[in-house]
Design a protein around this ligand. Structure first.
Ligand code: MN
Length: 272
């Protein structure tokens, strides 16, 4: 479609978006946790192998190794900080896409925010069930195809402390919210969502190793070409419906995931 500007009014949908950004009628919300060596990351128990944390290695800093510039090597696991899980991350998705092969159109879509902050405050092991999604739909309408269900739990308030964020008990068991098996199965097989986003360190509950099958969000979503993003923040700045999400992982060839920058676009006039 032709785009033109007449009397200062942009014609065309993207032109309208650009106008909205310029006039602050549309705002960009950063849903990403800053990435540093201190970013809290998953700790698998023995005998499993863990990824390395993120770190910067200075190569030069306006000095004899590079007089006019500063640059670093980065060292990181794929699943560190705010990151995307690609299908090949899980055994059920091993024949699926690596992170470089996920279509960009699946990574931009409606942001649908379901708030269970109160439930999680009462029970850190809270599991979202299909009934919670049905209740949300009765208030806000059906989940949009191509949407991302963003589960607001209030967990981001713990992100400053590795201990509170991982929430291990004295027996090495983490306690954090997630999905029931039925809910993971429903999202994967019945919904038209592209994926889910969570505030916790992973898309499954802390106790998901004890569910059947273990880690049902990973098992069902990644096995059905749905994706997951973790360690989100600022979900409280979004309305339940009406915002758009942009998920931007690095296109790492053969990568099972990648740290990602995640933005939302929202109308300033929308109620939160
Ligand atoms: Mn992951």
């Amino acid at each position: 479609m032709e785009t033109s500007i007449e009397n200062g009014t942009a014609q065309g949908t993207v032109a309208g978006l650009i106008d909205g950004l310029a006039s602050s009628r549309i705002t960009v919300v950063d849903l990403t946790t800053p990435l540093s060596a201190a970013t809290p990351t998953l700790e698998l128990p023995e005998p499993f192998a863990n990824l390395i944390d993120f770190s910067l290695e200075e190569v030069s800093a306006y000095n004899e190794r590079g007089p006019f510039w500063k640059h670093h090597n980065i060292h990181t696991g794929e699943h560190i900080g705010t990151h995307l899980d690609a299908p090949v991350h899980w055994a059920t998705g091993r024949g699926g896409k690596d992170v470089s092969r996920i279509e960009p159109g699946r990574l931009v879509g409606p942001a649908l925010v379901l708030d269970v902050t109160d439930e999680v405050a009462a029970d850190p092991d809270f599991l979202l069930d299909v009934g919670h999604i049905r209740a949300w739909e009765s208030e806000h309408g059906p989940l949009h195809d191509g949407g991302w269900l963003l589960i607001r739990t209030g967990w981001e308030s713990r992100a400053g402390s590795r201990q509170e964020f991982l929430n291990n008990d004295g027996h090495g068991r983490p306690h954090s919210p997630g999905l029931t098996v039925e809910c993971a199965q429903w999202i994967a097989r019945e919904s038209g969502l592209s994926g889910i986003g969570v505030e916790t360190v992973g898309i499954d509950a802390g106790g998901a190793g004890g569910q059947e099958p273990p880690f049902p969000a990973h098992h069902f979503l990644l096995g059905n070409d749905k994706y997951g993003i973790t360690s989100l923040r600022n979900l409280g700045e979004l309305p339940p419906v009406g915002a758009a999400i942009v998920v931007a992982p690095l296109p790492i060839v053969d990568g099972t995931g990648s740290p990602a920058r995640v933005f939302a676009l929202r109308d300033q006039s929308q109620a939160q």
